[in-house]
Ligand binder design. Sequence first.
Ligand code: AVJ
Length: 322
Amino acid sequence: FAPDDPLDFFIDLHPPVADFRSDVLSGLRDRPRTIPPKYFYDADGSALFDAITTTPEYYVTRTELSILERIAPEIAARAGRGAVVIEPGSGSSVKITTLLRALDRPKAYIGSDISKQHLVAACRDLAAEHPGLFVGAVCADFTVPLDLSELDIPDGRRLVFFPGSTIGNFEPAQAVQVLKNIRSWLRPGDALLLGADRIKDRAVLQAAYDDAGGVTAAFNLNLLKRIARELDSDIEPADFRHRAIWNAEKARIEMHLEARRDIAFSVAGERFEMRKGETIHTENSHKFSVESFMELAGQAGLMVRDTWSDPAEHFTLYWLER
Ligand code: AVJ
């Protein structure tokens, strides 16, 4: 920690090191076979995700940003002068920059992420761009309860920023846990600004997760390249195809990797066989109506005070208080 480091603090809460090998092995033994989406984000996967956000079909990022730009003055008025912004998860720097630029002399920014390198680099950049802003970084897994009261966070009204419909990656019960954890950081008068994707026409949703340029397919298949590269495996990405399926009953897009033929492969010395058409489930992306999201938030003890959507109602930003 150099004396001229732009960060005001860095705290490593040592999130449990995700064990790629054991999670992949147990996920491949399970039925249905499942690998958690957090493993998408190696260096190639993160670059592919950034590429997804600029495809014509993936409306999510640009729609949220357009709403954020439009409501920025209102958010600034609500947050008041000298807000303390807390962001769980690796947010997009474009979104946090837009928010910080809009706010009236924000006092502090506290970023939190499970990936230490990513977090420190992003927070240092932000500190360099905002001289005078207190910038702290907490390396932690926000799905695990985190007590902020121990940390040296400046006083002031808190605004927790949780954009990107990241909440949609969790099954409802875990989503409630994540929201309860965030709620524990709020005191009376503090707020949570959260972005969540809306239920919409199935063709629009499926296209967003299966773009014509094949970027999302490459993102999904990159998981297999990662297994082949890191886990001593002869798994052949070419034996699989990307599938994005709308599950209407659960209101979610599911991403799968489907075997193109009967195949056999080994991972870390263990042998696996898959029949043609069998899949590995790699991601859920839950979608919400305003009502279903309010219900979920209510289960976590959070009240929706305001909502803002784009004209097509493809995406909604929620202002929540405890
Ligand atoms: C970053 C989890 C919000 O679910 O839309 C994009 C990830 N997966 N395309 C989403 C993703 C495929 C994205 N989240």
